[in-house]
Write a protein that binds this ligand. Structure first.
Ligand SMILES: Nc1ncnc2c1ncn2[C@@H]1O[C@H](COP(=O)(O)OP(=O)(O)OP(=O)(O)O)[C@@H](O)[C@H]1O
Ligand SMILES: [Mg+2]
Length: 218
């Protein structure tokens, strides 16, 4: 079977701190994987490597059997087209409306016009923020901001969605909401999901659950 993502022997240190020590990872199309581990165990570091936001010290990363691009522009393009990112902090642009935020990755990809906007509105509708699209982030609730960030992550129809759940957020209701949104995105658009979470409940819902400890899979 062809893997969407395949990572071999990833290592990453910050100075003397060896955060990741030889991590292998495979992701199948439309698979839902949860990554857990104590605070500081390297979950976000690993997610950043898988999402092409940072480079490993050693090891290799493949998307559909092709090495991740190394040049800045190619890498930007790859991330923009194939990957959707939902960060620990949403990083919505404060001066843009929700709709403009959702459309931003499309406009970076050179896509605009009625069909793109219709897709943005469909996503917003599905994520229950359709009536908040003219508002700026500071006029939205935390949950609405998160849903706008998910819509933005999906605007370019990526193959993989990476989500980094806020640390310490053990609120079961919020985990259930995030899970419902991710599961919905996956079944509606066939996107694979890699979620970093502190919630045992959310991790238990994944197809596969991986636990990081001392820079390795436990
Ligand atoms: N840019 C950096 N420079 C130096 N050390 C860093 C850097 N980024 C992360 N670290 C350290 O690497 C370790 C792993 O960090 P990481 O953010 O991956 O943890 P995490 O598992 O995501 O934790 P949390 O659950 O709290 O989000 C931590 O000890 C952190 O302090
Ligand atoms: Mg983290």
């Amino acid at each position: 079977m062809e893997h969407l993502i395949h990572a071999e022997n990833l290592s990453k240190s910050y100075g003397a701190l060896r955060v990741l020590q030889g991590i292998d990872f495979e992701l199948a199309p439309s698979e839902f994987v949860a990554i857990t581990g104590a605070s500081g165990s390297g979950k976000s570091t690993l997610l950043h490597l898988l999402a092409g936001l940072d480079q490993p010290d050693s090891g290799a990363l493949y998307f559909k059997n092709t090495p991740y691009p190394t040049s800045g522009r190619e890498l930007d393009r790859f991330r923009n087209q194939e990957l959707g990112l939902i960060f620990q902090f949403h990083h919505l642009m404060p001066e843009l409306t929700a709709l403009e935020n959702i459309l931003l990755p499309a406009s970076i990809a050179g896509r605009s016009g009625p069909s793109t906007e219709a897709w943005a509105r469909e996503l917003a509708d599905r994520l229950d923020v359709a009536n908040r699209l003219d508002h700026r982030p500071d006029e939205l609730s935390g949950g609405e901001q998160q849903r706008v960030a998910i819509a933005r992550a999906l605007i370019n129809k990526p193959r993989v969605l990476f989500a980094d759940e806020p640390s310490g957020n053990l609120d079961r209701a919020r985990s259930e909401e995030l899970y419902a949104l991710l599961a919905d995105a996956r079944s509606a658009w066939n996107v694979a999901v890699v979620v970093v979470t502190h919630s045992d409940w959310l991790a238990s819902k994944a197809d596969r659950r991986l636990h990081l400890q001392d820079g390795k899979w436990a």
